[in-house]
Design a protein around this ligand. Sequence first.
Ligand SMILES: C[S@@+](CC[C@H](N)C(=O)[O-])C[C@H]1O[C@@H](n2cnc3c(N)ncnc32)[C@H](O)[C@@H]1O
Length: 248
Amino acid sequence: MFITTTPAASTKLLQRARTVAARCGVRFVRRRGALSALFAKHHCDLAYVVRRDREELRTKDAALFVHPGMLALKRATGREHPFIRALEWNGRCTTVLDATLGMAGDALHAAAELEVQIRGIEGSAAVHSLLEEGLPRMAAVADVPGLAASRIRAEHGTALEVLGSLPNASTDVVLIDPMFDTPRPSAPGFELIRRVAYEADDPAALLAQACRVASSHVVFKYPKRATYPPCDACVDGKAVRYLIYRAR
Ligand SMILES: C[S@@+](CC[C@H](N)C(=O)[O-])C[C@H]1O[C@@H](n2cnc3c(N)ncnc32)[C@H](O)[C@@H]1O
């Protein structure tokens, strides 16, 4: 991957692109023409592009950036949505720690439906940079997704480290949605995010820490087609199974 801007970028955009490049440990490439020319010149098919209107991960034919996605559709069933039922499994969900924030699709859903504050951890510097630009951009718009975005605080860090530093029972619900080999059919942008995702933490260790930090329960999002480990309860969605583990 390399980091670039749009052509004729302002000093501010160039500075931001250099910052993202340093943080991701990849090169900054000055953009003078088409992105396809840079892909060819640098023998690389993935770029992080800092634009005036948004930041995005780009390949020749796909783009990934922070946006409301299917939020309106997900909210059509309100608190009956399987994800919301999983979060409210114990009847209480006033604080959520999303240990694998990704593009914040789940966090936006929880923040909009339950009107809760979300602390989100993201291990990939590139994904965290997208969030750093995208959540405030969304929050600047006075609508439901904007209000939801304003309730999410995205931190760069690894879930195991951050959870390990937190006291017992310090948040109601911890959400874990790591990268699985089998993508959910409904996961848009999966292949793009997979290229920059953080995947190093051991899921069993993560679950143990999450169960310690949660005061109510942990929701572990699993592809429905995969064989799943023992859990205390589960809620089935269309393509996803929400495994529930009591706090310990
Ligand atoms: C499947 S995506 C999460 C999607 C998210 N639930 C959503 O709705 O957009 C997994 C994300 O979590 C991050 N991640 C995975 N394991 C992590 C860990 N142990 N610590 C921090 N981030 C992690 C990956 O970098 C990736 O961005």
